[in-house]
Design a protein around this ligand. Sequence first.
Ligand code: MTE
Length: 327
Amino acid sequence: MWIRQTRGWSLPESQVTDERIYRGRRRFLQGGAALALGTTLAPRAVFGKPMARLDPLGELAESRFSTDEDLNSYEQITSYNNFYEFGTGKEDPAARAPALLQTEPWSVEISGEVEKPGKVGFEDLLGAHTLEERIYRLRCVEAWSMVVPWAGIPLAEVIKRFQPTSRAKYVRFETLHDPEQMPAQRDDGGGFSWLASLEWPYVEGLRMDEAMNPLALLAVGLYGKEMPAQNGAPIRLVVPWKYGFKSIKSIVRIHFQEEQPVNTWNKIAPNEYGFYANVNPKVDHPRWSQARERRIGDFFKRDTLMFNGYGEQIAHLYKGMDLKKHF
Ligand code: MTE
């Protein structure tokens, strides 16, 4: 699985400069400027008014949920990916997605148990909210991890706008299904034959209280720039206390329902991937240990933290549950 480990010093000069500016801006905001502005910056746009896409994204509100751990580089985050719609290799998404994935125009269908269903354009979806920076740990079920400076909006804020009914117990998310853009969805799996046997689109789900937790983020960018195609442009989920496969990319539908959704990996291998998929160093994957992980760019492994270190915010959601059974 260790195909490529790029260090900051081996980046092209243009990217290094970008990162320095980015990190410099963060330091500036941390000292003084952020205090003067308060913790929340002004919204980028007013609800209902479509706005042009911005890249760079402009000022992002700082979040108390961000970690101050060292960031992975832009190069690492955008060149070592899982996005099976574009192939199984870690380098396939970066090699294929930017040319194939059409992200403009983009809309998200809101459906199921909601008072306000409908199709919402990407710009309208975003326009109502303040973009926040969230620097989160991402722990893949394959035992590697990264630290990513996402930009996005709390999922809870978006959900509230569409007013789920009392029957909405779960939220189900779907990725785009378009074999022309996503080679693995073609009859021959785009050259990866076992991918052809998967049921597309990629589906994920959360329990309603998980989705409403302030940590759950709908991300539209990283490193202050629009979301790269390989990372799930233009909008993806980020649930940092769960294994990375819950963080579904390129979302086109958010559906509210009474019954627990069947997520893609659970359907493929129910004994290996559960619905909850909370990061848990004490529950091993049937084929490997989950006790430790390798941070991309590091040589030595580190211990994996329960709930990926986010227990303070979310452990109460699972009180009384047998986490070995509900893995
Ligand atoms: N979403 C879709 N639609 N397809 C995928 O294959 N892979 C998941 C998740 N979201 C995946 C997906 C997995 S296994 C991981 S670890 C993360 O995306 C990886 O996100 P990253 O490539 O931005 O690091």
